[in-house]
Ligand binder design. Structure first.
Ligand code: ADP
Ligand code: MG
Length: 649
């Protein structure tokens, strides 16, 4: 008595269709021993394919028991069923079901990839099988380049790849011409002789005559089970499936298969992929460049501020900037400056009075800004001399008629003259001797075309405008003293001196902090808008991935039939979504960097500052979007019922 390979007991399969239960298989009892060759015949719609799908573990019975090599299948997980399909069964379909984008060799290899066979032995075996089936010169051809008979031979090779103990062939010659059909039957008979169990569905009684056992189905029941000739001889299988390799390597191989399929899928729809990416590209490019712009402008503003001397506090008359009555406040005097200069927290003080005047030298007359300042002004503001010197305490004390001019004034009055020191110019009607020229200040605010000149404040007050009060006092705070502390002390001192607080202070530190906060807020704001475009891009990716799953439903069914796990299918589509997003992110970062190069070539001294954090998080972000928006389509793909997926045209 031969051992039992497959055993069905009381198997029923019912479909719910149109609200009523349709009973397709009714109480099937069937025992199949190893090495049998069985033909299942019966009219169309009698349940032959349904029975084959149940035998091949692609489908489950609604009721009844099905055992494969003694193992009950009823309570197996989907992945355990996938294992049975990989290890025991090889499917041959009427319409071949090869993956169109892969070569013969690649198609044949797939079951072994999911089984975890190493690349070397995989390739060798696939090539060997194809050669044995007379396809040795077609290894690199894709299905589209092969005839129907040749495609069916590739699919037979695929069925044998993992051993193919049981070959399930559902009308294998149904789509072939007579000659090719006979060829396929000959191959199946040879396989039978080599010890494979063959189960064949056909409606052609002549083909069925090849089998030694013929089972006839009618309306979901077995109505005949005839044996012609001898009992199957005990199997003497020669072609054993190659051994599976290490677990880690198997995982890696499956990952690379998924990666390759994702790349192939992307490459076969280049324009669509690119358009899908566009959303991600724009999103990432805008996030990265907005952050870089914000950082760049902040750095520039801060540089300007520090060029004015950071640790300074300025005191102005009035309540605040724009106080209409501040012009009438006349309490800010050189005496205040004097008192401030004696404070321990003060490094240097300069009073400032300003006035606009006509400057004359020989026949040239221009308008300029006269700044009456103390000898410490240059130290407070960090102004340096390019030529000559600055006036000193004695000059201030004696109301010296000495002037320091800036580069603009030098150019306007003297053109390109070699030496201007010692020349006398008229400020209004007061003649002053040029004793120094200041260096152009790096990137300061409005380093415009204004002409600025510096004269001792005593000279301006006493000799030019006859005014005893000041416009501004600027204090340089001693090193190591927090400017907030100094500011409080200054306010207290001057309030005591004036009796009331009729002045206000401005602290560059505070200004800097405000600017930092403002640019950070702006960057946040624009980034969040860009983030929205990223989300929109992600939805685009999801949409295309859903289309992609629908388009490739049949491929998914084939992969499941040859033993792919849920995770294999999931992985393939998730990788595709992540790849689309990652490549989109890469192009987006490239675009943003390109914008930076364009800005730097545009001649402005402004530059975008790219932080690695922004770039790295852009990549992380696109990966997360890929996973997030790719998950749903990938899960849809993995959850497909293999039978339904295979049936999809
Ligand atoms: P055969 O292969 O013998 O031609 P099938 O096994 O394909 O027949 O189908 C048998 C019956 O089951 C048919 O009447 C068919 O309409 C029905 N059937 C098959 N699959 C489904 C399904 N997924 N849902 C509902 N009815 C189905
Ligand atoms: Mg059928």
């Amino acid at each position: 008595m031969a051992m039992t390979l497959l055993k069905l007991r009381g198997v029923c399969r019912e479909y719910l269709s149109g609200g009523s239960m349709l009973s397709v298989l009714k109480d099937i009892d069937l025992t199949i021993t190893p090495g049998e060759m069985i033909a299942i015949i019966g009219p169309s719609g009698s349940g032959k394919s349904t029975l084959m799908n149940i035998i091949g573990c692609l489908d489950r019975p609604s009721r009844g028991s099905y055992q494969v090599a003694g193992q009950e299948t009823g309570n197996l997980e989907p992945d355990e069923l996938a294992y049975l399909r990989r290890e025991h069964f090889g499917f041959i379909f009427q319409r071949y079901h090869l993956i169109g984008s892969l070569t013969s060799l690649d198609n044949v290899e797939i079951p072994a990839i999911y089984a975890g066979v190493g690349k070397g032995s995989r390739r060798t075996r696939a090539a060997l099988l194809l050669e044995r089936l007379g396809m040795g010169d077609r290894l690199g051809h894709t299905p589209g380049q092969l005839s129907g008979g040749q495609q069916q031979r590739v699919s037979i090779a695929r069925a044998l790849m993992n051993g193919g103990d049981v070959i399930l062939a559902d009308e294998p010659s149904g789509a072939l011409d007579r000659a090719s059909g006979e060829e396929v039957m000959k191959i199946l008979k040879e396989l039978h002789q080599q010890g494979h169990t063959i189960i064949l569905v056909t409606h052609d009684s002549q083909i069925a005559g090849n089998a030694e056992r013929i089972i006839e189905l009618s309306d979901g029941r077995i109505v005949a089970d005839r044996r012609s000739g001898k009992e199957a001889e005990p199997p003497q299988r020669t072609s054993k499936s190659p051994a599976a390799g290490g677990l880690l390597r198997a995982h890696r191989d499956r990952f690379f298969e998924a990666l390759r399929m994702a790349l192939l899928a992307m490459a076969s729809h280049r324009l669509r992929t690119l358009l899908t990416m566009l959303g991600i590209i724009i999103g990432i490019a805008s996030v990265v460049s907005v952050v870089a712009l914000g950082e760049g402008s902040q750095q520039q503003i801060l540089k300007n501020i520090s060029s004015m001397g950071t640790n300074t506090i300025s005191i102005y008359p009035g309540k605040d900037y724009g106080d209409m009555r501040s012009g009438k406040v006349r309490t800010l005097t050189p005496g205040d400056a004097e008192a401030l200069s004696r404070q321990p927290y003060v490094d240097a003080v300069t009073p400032v009075v300003t006035s606009s005047m006509t400057l004359r030298f020989r026949n040239i007359s221009v308008s300029g800004q006269i700044n009456g300042v103390g000898q410490h002004f240059f130290r407070v503001r960090g102004v340096e001399a390019a030529e000559g010197r600055f006036f000193d305490g004695a000059g201030v004390h004696s109301r010296a008629q000495e002037v320091v001019i800036d580069q603009n004034t030098r150019n306007s009055l003297f053109g390109s003259a070699e030496n201007v020191l010692g020349e006398v110019i008229l400020l209004g009607s007061v003649p002053c001797r040029v004793i120094g020229v200041s260096k152009k200040q790096e990137g300061s605010f409005g380093d415009s075309d204004n002409l600025s000149l510096w004269v001792p404040y005593t000279t301006v007050m006493g000799r030019m405008i006859g005014q005893y009060y000041l416009r501004t006092i600027t204090v340089r705070v001693a090193d190591g003293i927090p400017s907030a502390v100094a500011e409080t002390a200054i306010i207290k001192l001057l309030t005591d001196r004036h009796g009331i607080k009729d002045f206000f202070t401005s602290n560059l530190d505070a200004v800097r902090q405000t600017i930092e906060k403002t640019t950070a807020t702006m960057t946040m704001l624009i980034s969040s808008i860009a983030l929205i475009s990223l989300i929109v891009g992600g939805i685009g990716v999801m949409n295309i991935m859903l289309v992609s799953v629908t388009e490739r439903t049949q491929e998914i069914g084939v992969r499941m039939a040859v033993g792919a796990r849920h995770s294999d299918i999931m992985q393939q589509f998730l990788i595709e979504a992540v790849l689309v997003c990652l490549i989109g992110g890469l192009l987006g970062v490239g675009l943003a960097l390109g914008a930076g190069v364009a800005v730097s070539f545009s001649g402005s001294d402004f530059s975008m500052i790219y932080s690695t954090t922004a770039i790295v998080s852009a990549f992380l972000c696109s990966t997360v979007i890929g996973v997030l928006f790719g998950f749903l389509p990938a899960r849809n793909a993995a959850r497909l019922d293999p039978v339904v997926a295979l049936a999809r045209e």
